[in-house]
Design a protein around this ligand. Structure first.
Ligand code: ADP
Length: 491
């Protein structure tokens, strides 16, 4: 793999993506925090400065009075504290008459730029003190607070007092610079931490993947041990283990099926071969010859029955088997099949009885419904020992027909009950001569194809009851009436 390919694969990895997302959001957070903090700092400084200026403006007003030679600063020049305060007030100030003509101002105010008469008049007209930020010729920012001042002789003046903001700006600049230096370091450290944490979080996934890789067709029963954390990963392991169990069962069934099919096929094949050999080498008379050929044909019939059943089931399950639905006399059909099964039932020493009631019609495929009933009857007879009983009942309700086939046979253990409708599933103890485990798969498919349901109740060594429910068609009486619904309308 090329270096570029490797790098691409690396960046597609879950660990990288987790760590990257972590670093990405962390960076956004850190940058946003820095910006918010910087803004808060600058707003706080400005508010603080505005408050100080407010106080100083008030103080300056106290020291400025109109003397004989016009407005001037009046204070005790021998008092060092007062002198200090007034000198500080005099650093940045402008005193102007209401027309906007400057009367006095400090040197620094000159470098900031004197307020124009229009500006002065606008502030005085608004009646509100104004605060603004201006830069001097060297680019140092100043906050200026200005407003109307009326002295004790009722003279009106415009007074502006200012303070440099350079110290505040320096604090903010220093903070920004340090922050910009610190952010990449913090992000790098958070990247390392993210990489480490993502690795730790994904550790169990890797160990699960390693275990999963060890699973092959020969150890499908292998399970990944749960970590006991009850978290998402444990749920994933549980789901994986369940999947393995199901997969293992399917493999088991297919293995069992291959054994069963080969067994089923081998017996008639041996018969066919034996009889053909007899016909070829040992049969002396025409009758003997015929007898051998007839038995070979019987074997071939059995073989083709098995193959046909398999083919049909796979066609049915893949939806290729089209149903020929017509109105059927279900009661008559069940009665005929019960009659046909009397001989095998008697041969096995069983009592087979039917309680069918009034005629029930259904809209269904005759061949498939016959197959369904025969399978259930055949099974009931097959799995009931001599002396037992098989009962068939039909119950019709408003829109449903229930076919109940119950026997007093060997029953099915609760462990096997959920699986008997599975394809190729046979209760392991069942006599291998008795079937392929396909009969009930057919039953399940036929019932489903007719929008019905099938249920089973069974007790080991006591008997089994199959209940098939199908949608009912019109009654015989309805069929004679002229307002008979068409088959398509029934379903
Ligand atoms: P099979 O060809 O083996 O009869 P089925 O699909 O018809 O296959 O039945 C599946 C399994 O269900 C059978 O192997 C059998 O063990 C069990 N089974 C079906 N019907 C009955 C029944 N009436 N009584 C007891 N066991 C039954």
């Amino acid at each position: 793999m090329s270096a570029l390919g490797k790098a691409f694969r690396f960046t597609r990895g879950l660990r990288f993506r987790l760590a990257f997302s972590y670093v990405f959001f962390f960076t956004i957070l850190v940058v946003l925090l820095g910006m918010v903090f910087r803004q808060t700092l600058s707003t706080t400084f400005q508010t603080q400065m505005a408050n100080i200026l407010d106080e100083e403006w008030g103080a300056a007003k106290g020291y400025l009075r109109t003397g004989d030679s016009g407005p001037d600063w009046f204070y005790d020049r021998d008092d060092p504290d007062e002198s200090f305060v007034v000198r500080r007030l005099q650093r940045v100030y402008l005193l102007a008459d209401p027309e906007g003509h400057p009367l006095q101002h400090s040197v620094i105010y000159d470098s900031i730029g004197l307020d124009s008469p229009a500006e002065i008049k606008a502030v005085l007209k608004s009646g509100q003190p104004a605060t603004r930020i201006r830069k001097d010729s060297q680019g140092i920012p100043y906050m200026i607070r200005s407003g109307l001042m009326v002295d004790e002789r009722h003279n009106r003046y415009y007074l502006a007092i200012g303070r440099a903001l350079d110290y505040n700006d320096k604090v903010i600049r220093d903070f920004t610079r340090n922050y910009i230096i610190l952010v990449p370091v913090v992000i790098f450290l958070s990247g390392l931490l993210g990489w480490f944490l993502a690795g730790k979080a994904l550790d169990p996934v890797n160990s699960v993947a390693k275990t999963a890789q060890r699973i092959t067709h020969s150890n499908l029963d292998m399970q990944i041990p749960l970590r006991g954390a009850g978290d998402e990963l444990d749920r994933l392991i549980e789901a994986f283990n369940h999947m393995m169990t199901r997969l293992n069962r399917s493999f088991e069934q297919i293995r069992q099926f291959s054994t069963d099919v080969s067994h089923e096929l081998r017996t008639p094949l041996t018969v066919v071969r034996g009889q053909l050999e007899v016909a070829m080498f040992t049969a002396k008379t025409v009758d003997h010859h015929r007898e051998a050929m007839a038995e070979a044909l019987e074997g071939v019939d059995r073989l083709s029955n098995i193959v046909r059943a398999l083919l049909m089931l796979s066609q049915a399950e893949s939806g290729q088997l089209a149903l020929q639905k017509t109105q059927l006399d279900f009661t008559g059909l069940v009665r005929d099949l019960v009659d046909q099964h009397q001989i095998p039932a008697e041969a096995q020493g069983l009592r087979l009885s039917a309680d069918l009631g009034v005629t029930c019609m259904i809209y269904a495929d005759r061949v498939q419904i016959e197959r369904l009933v025969s399978n259930l009857l055949g099974n009931a007879i097959k799995y009931t020992p001599s002396g037992g009983e098989v009962k068939v009942r039909l119950i019709r309700s408003f829109d449903q027909v229930k076919l109940i086939v119950e026997d007093t046979g060997v029953g099915i253990a609760p462990d096997h009950l959920p699986h008997i409708f599975d394809r190729f599933y046979r209760v392991p103890s069942a006599d291998p001569e008795k079937g392929l485990g396909l009969g009930l798969s057919f039953v399940a498919w036929i019932v489903k194809a007719h929008d019905g349901t099938v249920e089973v109740e069974s007790k080991l060594d006591q008997g089994t009851r199959f209940i098939v429910t199908l949608p009912a068609g019109p009654t015989a009486a309805m069929l004679e009436s002229p307002a008979l619904p068409m088959p398509e309308q029934v379903h």
